[in-house]
Design a binder for this molecule. Structure first.
Ligand code: PA5
Ligand code: NI
Length: 182
């Protein structure tokens, strides 16, 4: 396998799982539903590549993935990933930024939310029992690489139901975490 470190992409593409998330699939995560209705639902928000060399659920294995989040916003809310807890809550993860600018938004099970700025080279450890999503606050695609345990699993339901307790918004041109942060 090869990493194209300029783009953060994994090759060959035939050996990885690829998925694309559009505004249509992400409707529930944005605050301003009216603004969302005025946008093309086919707009791509992010793409994910995952290299899964062992079967999903294998204890002791590791997965490697790339996420590319497009620049954009829904009203004042930056384009972002869906966000999830790991199904096995004690499983952790690394993210590292290849290119672009953004934020890693983290929320613990007590719903305390905080953020870490992302820029080329930043390295982030996501602790156990902490939900995570990334937002693109810049003008170019935000490219990040992740490594996580093959038995972590993704729990999207908790976020679909209750979201994060704070949102990353552009307020008077400044990146602001708005809501009940921690
Ligand atoms: O495993 C991870 O945490 C990442 O690879 C994410 O799955 C990726 O960034 C996409 O986000 P989400 O899974 O919340 O849609
Ligand atoms: Ni994860």
């Amino acid at each position: 396998m090869q990493m194209d470190w300029a783009k953060g992409l994994i090759q060959p593409r035939t050996a990885v799982r690829e998925s694309v998330k559009t505004l249509r699939e992400l409707q529930s995560i944005y605050a301003n539903q009216e603004a969302l209705r005025s946008m093309d639902p086919r707009t791509v928000v992010y793409r994910v590549q995952a290299w899964c060399p062992v079967p999903e659920g294998t204890e002791g294995g590791l997965f490697w993935g790339t996420t590319v989040v497009e620049p954009g916003h829904v009203d004042s809310e930056y384009f972002m990933t869906h966000g999830h807890f790991h199904q096995k809550r004690n499983r952790t993860e690394y993210y590292t930024t290849v290119d672009g600018e953004g934020a890693l938004i983290l929320m613990d099970e007590a719903r305390r939310t905080w953020m870490e700025p992302m820029a080329a080279g930043t390295l982030h450890f996501i602790p156990a029992s902490v939900a995570h999503r990334v937002a693109n606050t810049g003008k170019v695609p935000l490219r990040l690489v992740a490594c996580w345990p093959s038995d972590a699993g993704h729990d999207y339901e908790a976020i679909r139901q209750s979201g994060f307790s704070a949102r990353l918004l552009s307020v008077n041109g400044r990146v602001s975490l708005v809501g009940s942060g921690g």
